[in-house]
Design a protein around this ligand. Structure first.
Ligand code: GYE
Length: 305
C-alpha cells in the first residue's frame, strides 16, 4: 500500500453519497412536489443532492449530466424532457462507470445505458381518464384536448391511452388538440383559442394532459361565461392539491393521480446498487388512482394539512 492508495481507500469508505439530478423544470405543481420530495428524502438519508432545474430544455439537461460526470458523482438521475437524443450522453456516463436512473418520462435508448427506470404507466392514465368520460357522459360528446410537451412520454402515452378508448365510441370525438406545454398560463391561452374557434356551447369536455393546464383552462371557460365542470366537463391527470380544491368546488370533474414521491424508491435503488446489489429490475412501476368530486374535499384536506 502506498500512502496514496490508503488515502483513496479511506475516502471511498467514508465519503457520503453524491447524486446529480437533472430535473425537467418547474412547469407544474406536480413537478414542484416531486422536486421537493427528492430534496427532502436526500436530506433524510444524508445524501448530497446536486439539483439542476433544466427549464424544460433538453440541452440544459444534457449540460447538467455532463457536469455531473465531470464531478464524478456516485449516481445520476434524469427526468427526461423528451424521449429522443439521450444515447451519446448516456454512453459518456457509462464509460465513466456512473449509474443512471431514469425517472418519470421515458427515453428511447438501449436499456443497457441505464440502471433502471421508475415511472407510472402513462398509457394507463389516458385509458382511465377516457373511461371516466365514457361512463359518466351520455350522448354525443365533442372533446377539446390540451396536450403536454411535444415529444414527452407523458404527452405521447396519455394521448395514446385516451384515444384508444374513445376510438371505440363513435359518439365521442376530439375536435381540437394542441400543446400547452404542461403550464397553467399556456393552458388558459390555448383554451381561449379553442373557445373562439368552436361554438363554446358545442364543447362537451376538456381533456388536459395535466392538472396545471386544466386549471388555466377552467379560468378561460369561466371568463367566457360558461360553467367549468358542468357545461364543459374537466378531465385531467396528476392530482395536485389545487385541482382537488377545484373538484371540491365543482369546477373540475376527475383526475388520475400521479405519485410525486419518487425520492424513496430512487435512493433505495442507488443505495442498493452502490452496496453491490446487481439484481435491480429495469422498470419500477408507481401507481395512481382515479379521483372525482365525491371525495375531493377530504382528499384536499389530507394533502394540505
Ligand atoms: O403530469 C406534469 C408534468 O412527466 C408525468 O410532467 C410528468 C408530467 C406531469 O409537469 O404535470
Amino acid at each position: 500500500f502506498t500512502m496514496m492508495s490508503l488515502l483513496l481507500f479511506s475516502h471511498s469508505a467514508m465519503a457520503e453519497t453524491v447524486v446529480g439530478f437533472a430535473q425537467v423544470g418547474s412547469e407544474s405543481g406536480w413537478r414542484t412536489n416531486f422536486s421537493n420530495d427528492m430534496r427532502d428524502e436526500a436530506t433524510r438519508r444524508g445524501i448530497t443532492l446536486k439539483f439542476a432545474d433544466s427549464q424544460q430544455q433538453q440541452a440544459n439537461q444534457i449540460r447538467a449530466v455532463r457536469t455531473f460526470i465531470a464531478m464524478r458523482v456516485d449516481a445520476i438521475v434524469v427526468a427526461p424532457v423528451v424521449e429522443t437524443g439521450w444515447t451519446p450522453i448516456l454512453r459518456q456516463a457509462q464509460r465513466s462507470n456512473i449509474p443512471v436512473i431514469i425517472l418519470d418520462r421515458n427515453i428511447r435508448a438501449d436499456e443497457d445505458l441505464y440502471l433502471t427506470r421508475i415511472a407510472s404507466d402513462f398509457v394507463e392514465e389516458g385509458v382511465k381518464a377516457a373511461e371516466w368520460l365514457v361512463d359518466n357522459v351520455q350522448g354525443e360528446c365533442r372533446v377539446v384536448e390540451l396536450q403536454g410537451t411535444v415529444g414527452s412520454t407523458a404527452a405521447i402515452d396519455r394521448g395514446t391511452g385516451f384515444n384508444r378508448v374513445i376510438d371505440a365510441h363513435d359518439r365521442i370525438s376530439i375536435v381540437r388538440s394542441q400543446t400547452a406545454e404542461f403550464t397553467r398560463n399556456r393552458g388558459k391561452e390555448v383554451m381561449e383559442n379553442f373557445l373562439r374557434a368552436e361554438d363554446p356551447r358545442s364543447i362537451c369536455a376538456l381533456w388536459a394532459h395535466n392538472d396545471e393546464m386544466a386549471l388555466g383552462a377552467i379560468q378561460a371557460i369561466r371568463e367566457a361565461g360558461l360553467r367549468p365542470g358542468q357545461d364543459i366537463r374537466i378531465i385531467s391527470v396528476d392530482g395536485i392539491p389545487d385541482y382537488f380544491l377545484a373538484m371540491a368546488n365543482g369546477v373540475a370533474n376527475v383526475t388520475v393521480e400521479l405519485d410525486p414521491h419518487l425520492g424513496a424508491p430512487t435512493y433505495d435503488v442507488i443505495q442498493r446498487y452502490l452496496s453491490g446489489d446487481t439484481d435491480i429490475p429495469k422498470l419500477i412501476r408507481t401507481t395512481g388512482d382515479v379521483f372525482t368530486q365525491a371525495t375531493a374535499e377530504e382528499e384536499y384536506q389530507r394533502r394540505t394539512q
